[in-house]
Design a protein around this ligand. Structure first.
Ligand code: MN
Length: 129
């Protein structure tokens, strides 16, 4: 069973990602951008899905901080953003995230990205089975 941390300040997006993950039997914890470092250090998620445009803080800064800490640097981070600008894309990739997805993210893209880093909870309930 994998524990996924979803960081997203838009409630509907957060609920969508949460519900998709729960349908595949993942354990999910969420943050709107607050206390992310503390949550990761306390809960040790298997992967972090990180929105970039957060309320009052940049996901880029959070990624840099998580990747700079010896106790959290190994945790894969998928950046999910609506930024379309080329410069922002470079900044996001340079932040140290393991993968970058642009919104809107299809269900297939979402799980394909996720399962590059964690195992599905089981084989047969996967959406593409
Ligand atoms: Mn956002």
């Amino acid at each position: 069973m994998s524990l996924v941390l979803v960081v997203e300040d838009n409630y509907l997006n957060l609920k969508l990602f949460h519900d998709l993950l729960v349908t595949q039997d993942h354990e999910v914890i969420t943050s709107d951008g607050r206390d992310v470092i503390c949550i990761v250090e306390a809960q040790h998620p298997d992967i972090v899905l990180m929105d970039i445009q957060l309320n009052g803080i940049s996901g880029i800064e959070l990624i840099k901080e998580l990747k700079a800490r010896p106790d959290t640097s190994h945790i894969p981070i998928i950046a999910i953003t609506s930024f379309a600008m080329k410069n922002d894309k470079i900044k996001i990739i340079e932040s140290g995230c393991d993968l970058y997805l642009s919104k809107p993210v299809s269900i297939n893209q979402f799980f394909d990205a996720l399962y590059k880093f964690i195992k599905p909870a089981h084989d047969c309930k996967h959406f593409s089975c």
